[in-house]
Each structure stands twice: as structure tokens, then as C-alpha cells.
Design a protein around this ligand. Sequence first.
Ligand SMILES: [Mn+2]
Length: 411
Amino acid sequence: MKPTLRFIHCADLHLDSPFKGIGSGLAGRLYQEVVESTFQAFERVISHAVENKVDFVLMVGDLFDQDGRSLKAQIRLKNGFQTLHKAGINVFVSHGNHDHTGGSFYPVEYPENVTIFKEESVSVVPFYKNGEHVANIEGFSYPERAVYEEKVGEYKRSEEDVFHIGMLHGSIATNTDHDVYAPFRLGQLNEVGLDYWALGHIHKRQILQDDPPVVYPGNIQGRHQNESGEKGCYLIELGEGDTTLTFLATSAIRFMDVSFDSVHSSIELYEQVEHWKEKNRNTLAPVLVKVVVEGSNMEGAREREALRDLIDIWNEAEEEESSWIWIQSLVTETKPTWDREELKEGSHFIADLIRHIDSKKQEVDQIVSELTSHKQGRKYIGSFTEEEKKEIVRDAETYLLTSLLEKERTE
Ligand SMILES: [Mn+2]
């Protein structure tokens, strides 16, 4: 019987993420905490490894956020490796699309407990526990930003009676939401016959298969509103016959969307959010929240004015809190009093306007480029996601239609 292996599987550390777009409006001390969060999360990974006395830690790509690794990120990483070294824990690292080996880095030397899969082709490294060969770990690194080739065929199970573990930074071939790098299909992984597939690249935590386990641990710290919820790594106990996967939380700050339904006025919304904050402060904070409101009767000018002030009112005292809850944005999905399709069919100005908006939907990048390429603006704004672009168009349309239709009614 082989002894049970105990290890931590993490990926997508994205150390020193710049958190573009989060900083505007966020109080200074809180912003510092946000900027520090990827490092905090990394230190929690290290603590989990030490506390659980694991045999080794797997880090499957995107350790750094940028291919031009910052010195700060490299030194903090090295410090974490040294802590593991002192605890007698090995580390296996592969680099992904964000931290490919063709990027620039400072000549920081890592301690001897660290093995980096530097090559573009898959190589195998044996792992010894108390002098006994107990596992083979396989992996590769991205030589440049994009690797479109399938890499699965390069992994193999040897004849040796040890655990076989594959580290693979890539995406399932059918996934169209992300850049499809090093694509694979589940069937292909199973054909290789490894005991555990340690995946990276997709930031959402998911177990693609239980036996043998095929696992995306997700990133260790959310970096924007679309990476919401608790983030972390997996503690794996790999045995013959029984394997356990335990999720361990690491994120220092979380992102959340919180919905409020059937709201009828700004004051009602104000009170509901205040109530939610006090109820959840001890369990969820620190947290950056996007408030989504589904309600009615809130399109009027007076209400819009009040809604604009609400974020400031909610956030006013948060800078004093150690468990802070920062309302980052407010999205109102109030039911409009008009029928868009009906308006569009008409022959008046509003119909022209709606048709114009529809014809410009694909040009959001171009329309916002004045802002995103502005020398001050680009410090705060990265690129927008598809969802955010839709939101920009929807908000603009709601604003225009509300203003025009309201005006019509009062005249
Ligand atoms: Mn990543």
C-alpha cells in the first residue's frame, strides 16, 4: 500500500494585481488593503500548507499577474517559499499565460525546495518522501502569452508504482468564455490514466470530475466584481482507494453582488442595504459590493438624484471600520414604464434613437476609447468585459429614454 499523499493545490495567484478600476472612490486605507490582498491570500496558502503539514504545494500557473514580474511580487513569493522550506515542504511551480517564461523578471533566487517546470514540453519530476519514491509530478510552462496546442498527449503514466499527478494550465476545449489555451477534453485526460489532474487558468473553482479528480481550484483572491465569492485552494489527501478534497479559504477581501427585490423608493433601498450591512458585517467583511436593485417608481429625476447620493451615504463611515463593507456600485434594474419594442416601431424621434443605439451596440470600445486611452483615465480603467459593455449601453439608453419620456409627460 502506498502512503497517503497530502498536498495543497492552488493556481492563479496573480500576485501584485493592480486592481485597476477599483481604486476610484475607494477610501485610501481600504484601497491599500485591496492592493495588498493578493499577497495576503498567498500568505494564507502558505499558512494552510504549514498547518496541515503537507508533503508539497502545487502552483499551477499565473503566479504573477503580469509577465513583467514586479520585484515586490518576486520577493514576497520567495519569502513564502522560504517559510515552506523551513517547514520541510516542497513546491512545484509551472508558469501560465500571465507569467510566461518569455516575460521579464529580476534575478531573484528561490530556495532549493522549489521545482519549476521551466520547459515548454511536459517533463516529469519524482517526489520522494522519507527517501522513498512516492509520486511523479508532470508539468510545463508557457513560453509566451498564448499556447494554442494541445498538451495532453505529452503527459504519461509510467510503470512505476507511485502516484501520478499532472499540472496543466489550460481550458476545456468547449469553453468559449475564456481564451482557450492548451485545450483538453475530459476524455483525453482520462486516457492518460493519472491519479490527479491539477488544473489552472479558469478562475472559478470547479471540480470537473471526482475520480480521478480533475480540479480547478480557482484563483486565491478575487480581482474584480466578476470574480465574486470566497476564493481559496484545495487540500488534497490522495490515497489508494480514498481521496479527499477540502476547500480552504484564502481571500483577504471578497467581491459580491447583492440583489434587493421589490424596492419602491430610494429611502426604502437605503434602509434595506443598511440592514443587510449590519447583519453581514461579521461574516462577510471586508467586502466590495455591487448592489443590484429590482424595483419600480425609481426612474424620476428626484429619485435618480437620491440614488446617486446613496453610495456616498452608505460608505461614509466605512473607512473607520476594520470589517468594512464598501458599496462599489449600484445598478438599478427598475422596470421601465414603457415598452421598448413598441417605441422602436414608431416614427418619432425616440424610435430613431433606439434604432441608433442598436446600431452602435458593437462599437462600445470605440465610443469609450477617449476615456480608456486618456492619460489620467487609463490609470483607473482597464478594459471592459462584455457584460460591462452591455451595462454601459443599457444604462445610457435608460437614462436617455427616462429623460425624454419624462419631459414629454410634463410638457
Ligand atoms: Mn489566471
